[in-house]
Ligand binder design. Structure first.
Ligand code: ZN
Length: 413
């Protein structure tokens, strides 16, 4: 998607402000001779920013305002090394809440709703973002945070929560518990706002059906405010994102070149009005695509497709690039198989070949051997990769309240 005139002006203003500061990016741009941005050509010359930069700048190197203007920090831990610290000004915090309230509105949530918030509070951006948006909207926040399923279900029933905010894994766990206890009739939920982890259609259908709710995917990351920068509408044709706060481009993760609208690639985000820690061309490693054209809902905000996975989750076996989402799609086609799975990849020295092993859960009414054979042949026809397949009973694989690791690569790199 081309950057528009208004967005260019905002980027230009951000760069002009940044280079006057002693911040990490201010110094970097000044050294590189980047002093403004007047055209799309100028914009493309701005180097990508990355989580690696933010780690180098730890703890507060990227802060681009004086200390007295910072009202809060958030942190993302990531999987390796030092955490990343993001400082927010009062305006940043307010902007984030405005974007989040817009997300709730897009999902048809109003001030009459009661929103049960299960993502974590604290350094992580999740819980507090859901809460600030809820309060700005005027709805009632039920700030549970994660875990303690017993209490979650009690509050959900006693307070008559109408909206649940959760990761897809936790929403699934709650749906299973509600089902198990036979308390569905006491549940007043109408909508679920689910964090933007990639999840299978099968899991979505299960949660939606068991809880009798409509589901909305909300997008965001700590480095760019947090969750709340985009959400899908009722038409379920991708997530609208707020292009008055952000410019989004999609690149080929290998070459860094922009790909045309509609093509899959890595999401790169530029903040347009952020004060505390502006980021230009930030590589998210989230894989998606811009959906071209107008949404049937009539809303003019552009759309991103549902996140397909992480560019760094992609794994290569027998010369084929595979995303976890493709594994989920295959399993979703097989009768009796749940949405939980595990993939192990190792190198067998004796035959000098990589071995891929897929472990999937199936319910007791299906034949495990036939199910394994079915999955194996689907992998072969869809991905041109032949795995070993192991079927285990339902509820065998671990469920998690956080994002679950499902792919284990045991090869030496
Ligand atoms: Zn729409």
């Amino acid at each position: 998607m081309q950057i528009n005139e208004k967005q260019l002006q905002l980027v230009d203003a951000q760069i002009k402000r940044l280079v006057k500061t002693e911040s990490y990016y201010g110094k970097m741009y000044a050294e590189m001779g980047i002093t403004g941005c007047e055209s799309e050509e100028d914009f493309r010359k701005i180097p990508f920013s990355s989580k690696g930069d933010l780690r180098n700048a730890y703890p507060l190197g990227i802060q681009a305002v004086p200390d007295e203007e910072v009202v809060r920090i958030h942190s993302s831990s990531g999987t390796t090394g030092k955490p990343v610290i993001i400082p927010y000004t009062r305006k940043d915090v307010e902007d984030w809440a405005k974007m989040f309230a817009r997300c709730y509105e897009m999902a048809g949530i109003t001030e009459k709703d009661r929103i049960q918030i299960t993502p974590g509070y604290g350094l992580w951006t999740a819980g507090i973002g859901f809460q600030a948006g809820c309060e700005l909207l005027g709805a009632m926040a039920i700030p549970m945070g994660p875990g303690n399923t017993e209490k979650q279900l009690q509050m959900m029933q006693d307070l008559g929560a109408t909206v649940i905010c959760a990761t897809s894994s936790y929403a699934l766990l709650l749906a299973e518990e509600i089902n198990k206890r036979g308390i569905r009739k006491n549940i007043k939920l109408k909508k679920g706002v689910i964090g933007s982890e990639r999840w299978s259609d099968k899991k979505r259908e299960y949660i939606s059906r068991e809880l009798g709710i409509e589901l909305y995917d909300i997008y965001g990351l700590t480095e760019i405010y947090g969750p709340g920068i985009g959400i899908n509408c009722d038409k379920q044709h991708g997530m609208h994102y707020w292009d008055d706060y952000l410019y989004i481009e999609i690149i080929d993760p290998a070459t860094g070149e922009n790909v045309p609208d509609g093509e899959m690639g890595e999401i790169v985000i530029t903040t347009l009005v952020k004060e505390g820690a502006p980021l230009l061309r930030f590589r998210t490693h989230d894989m998606s695509r811009i959906i071209p054209g107008e949404c049937p809902c009539g809303c003019k905000y552009p759309r991103l497709d549902i996140i397909q996975g992480r560019s760094d989750d992609m794994f290569k076996v027998h010369g084929v690039n595979i995303f976890p989402s493709q594994v989920e799609e295959i399993l979703g086609r097989v009768d009796g198989v749940s949405s939980e799975y595990r993939v192990d990849i190792a190198h067998d020295d004796a035959i000098n070949r990589d071995i891929i092993m897929v472990t999937a859960e199936a319910d007791g009414r299906v034949d495990f051997a036939a199910t394994a054979a079915n999955i194996k042949s689907l992998f072969k026809s869809v991905l041109s990769v032949t795995p070993k397949v192991n079927i285990v009973p339902l509820q065998t694989l671990p469920r998690s309240e956080k994002k679950t690791q499902r792919v284990f690569d045991h090869r030496e790199h």
